[in-house]
Write a protein that binds this ligand. Structure first.
Ligand code: NAG
Ligand code: NAG
Ligand code: NAG
Ligand code: NAG
Ligand code: NAG
Ligand code: NAG
Ligand code: NAG
Length: 313
């Protein structure tokens, strides 16, 4: 699909003219999976939405749930999906609260489970005919769904370079998320394809959508570029007391091939201030220091000026 060039120009101009109003945000509503879950926390510490709410001095309303996909209809899993579970949960809260939607930012960070193992695309477990196109359209449609509920300010966080995580990297080992035979080279190549094409498509779809939603502001937050930069330039982000490490994780859940239950117990791994030297907490999840970086940049995006985000109106 081709988007006329003038739409991009108009959007960039608008993003400049409205930037001054971003400081008025008072509330942050978060949707997504374990990368964003604040209760079942996946980084061994505190999750980014809690840090972001603190950094930006806003009230947090967390709805993200571990294991979630975009929709049960696209990539079915037992965890509560954004479309059928998390957004309805928010709707219930909305009926009962004085939240000002004009002053509220909504974040969506989804896709990791949709493209991943255990029900997702990489293992061929998604229903027949479901591709990265369905998954990406679903994620972008969440913005329209929330707009119809009255939401106006969105930060759409794209997928990280999952092929760099120990689970999907070419030198990965059997672990609690995948303890079966796999060709790690093929996984990392395929994952790069899924993430890169999904992100390119979501960017195009969102830029097309933005001018069709009057009064809406949509930021595309380039998590992919941010994590790629943390990977190649860790000294600018990681600050722990151990040597900086972007390939292995704080906690390593090695499994014998075929051995141990998926999700089984793991040794505690690096402790204390050493943990902030790692990009990954385990084979799939970013570390707490990576979460702090995400939080800092989301707070900056809410103030209109992160280098990793662009606002479209
Ligand atoms: C945080 O926001 C509240 C209002 O929501 C305000 O009263 C308070 O002064 C703010 N704190 C800082 C440090 O800006
Ligand atoms: C918590 O997260 C872990 C890792 O993502 C997952 O295996 C587990 O099922 C989750 N638990 C709940 C109650 O969501
Ligand atoms: C996925 O997309 C294809 C092609 O657009 C469509 O035919 C199919 O119905 C979609 N599947 C789901 C589950 O949405
Ligand atoms: C809605 O508000 C009522 C009255 O304040 C409270 O008792 C109830 O627990 C709230 N329900 C939800 C779902 O927050
Ligand atoms: C794994 O896949 C790569 C890329 O397709 C291939 O070159 C390699 O031979 C495969 N390794 C094994 C052990 O099959
Ligand atoms: C690393 O920096 C963060 C702020 O981004 C800080 O909260 C944390 O304590 C630092 N970690 C260490 C080990 O100094
Ligand atoms: C964004 O602007 C605020 C004040 O306008 C400043 O404190 C903050 O450091 C800036 N952040 C970035 C990432 O430029």
């Amino acid at each position: 699909m081709l988007v006329p060039a003038y739409l991009f120009v108009a959007s960039s101009l608008l993003s400049v003219t409205v930037a001054g109003s971003f400081s008025r945000f008072t509330d942050l509503v978060t949707f997504g999976d374990s990368f964003t879950d604040t209760e079942n926390v996946s980084d061994g510490g505190v999750a980014w939405p809690v840090y972001a709410a603190g950094y930006a001095n806003v009230t947090l309303h967390p709805f993200a749930r571990s294991g979630a996909t975009c929709s049960r209809a696209v990539t079915p899993r037992t965890a509560p999906p954004v479309k059928e579970s998390q957004i309805p949960a928010f709707q219930k809260t909305l009926k009962n609260t004085t939240l000002s939607l004009e002053q509220t930012v909504f974040t969506v960070w989804i896709g990791t489970n949709d493209v991943g193992t255990q029900g997702g695309l990489i293992t061929g477990d998604a229903p027949r005919g479901v591709t990265i196109v369905n998954v990406t359209e679903c994620a972008v449609n969440l913005v329209s769904t929330m707009y119809d509920l009255g939401a106006r300010n969105f930060i759409f966080m794209n997928m990280i370079p999952l092929e760099l995580t120990p689970l999907y990297s070419s030198d990965g080992h059997p672990n609690r998320y995948w303890r079966f035979q796999r060709n790690t080279t093929e996984w990392s190549i395929f994952m790069n394809e899924l993430v890169s094409s999904g992100n390119a498509l979501s960017s195009l779809l969102l830029r097309t959508l933005a001018p069709r939603l009057p009064g809406a502001s949509i930021a595309i937050f380039d998590s992919h570029a941010l994590f790629a930069d943390m990977y190649v330039n860790p000294g600018a982000y990681l600050n722990g007391t151990a040597p900086l490490e972007v390939k292995t994780s704080v906690r390593q859940c090695d499994h014998e091939l075929g051995g141990g239950p998926v999700g089984g117990a793991c040794p505690p791994g690096a402790e204390g201030s050493d943990r902030d030297s790692f990009l990954w907490f385990d084979e799939l999840h970013p570390s707490e220091q990576a979460h702090r970086v995400v939080a800092r940049e989301i707070a900056a995006t809410m103030q209109g000026n992160s280098t990793w985000a662009t606002w479209y109106s």
